[in-house]
Ligand binder design. Structure first.
Ligand SMILES: [Zn+2]
Length: 147
């Protein structure tokens, strides 16, 4: 009995039911409020405390995992958004090149700047068309092989 009362005795921590101070399960009397401690209740309280500590520790893991998942999700959405913007930008280039040719293509001039501009527009239009076509073929190929 005296051994269990000593300070050096080892037990698990739990909260005193009357004063809520952290005490040892090996104690039969609370050193803070002198309340008599029931051994069974002390062990049960210590078990509950371990569970509470585990719960908050594992909640921390869930929080980290959720943060990683959310960051990945946002990165994924960002890339989807960007890759959806690519065909739209290519389409815009093709449209602008066609519009330019309709509007200015018939101009007859020896102006070197005009001919340089015409080559630029033609090259941009052809490049964008080829990239769009290539992208369509790629998407079609991916869809065909995923079946
Ligand atoms: Zn107490």
């Amino acid at each position: 009995m005296f051994e269990s009362m000593s300070i050096t005795s080892q037990g698990r921590a739990f909260q005193c039911p009357s004063c809520k101070e952290k005490i040892d399960t090996s104690r039969r009397r609370c050193p803070f409020c002198s309340a008599i401690i029931d051994a069974g209740a002390a062990e049960a309280a210590a078990d509950a405390m371990v569970k509470v500590n585990q719960a908050s520790e594992e909640a921390g893991y869930v929080k980290v995992a959720a943060g990683v998942a959310l960051a990945s999700f946002l990165c994924g959405m960002f890339f989807v958004f960007i890759s959806m913007g690519v065909p739209l930008a290519l389409l815009a280039v093709v449209g602008m090149a066609i519009r330019w040719r309709v509007k200015y293509g018939g101009i007859q001039t020896d102006d070197l700047d005009f001919h340089s501009a015409k080559r630029t527009v033609t090259a941009a239009g052809i490049t964008a068309s080829l990239l769009l076509l290539g992208g369509l073929i790629l998407v079609a190929a991916i869809l065909a092989t995923s079946r």
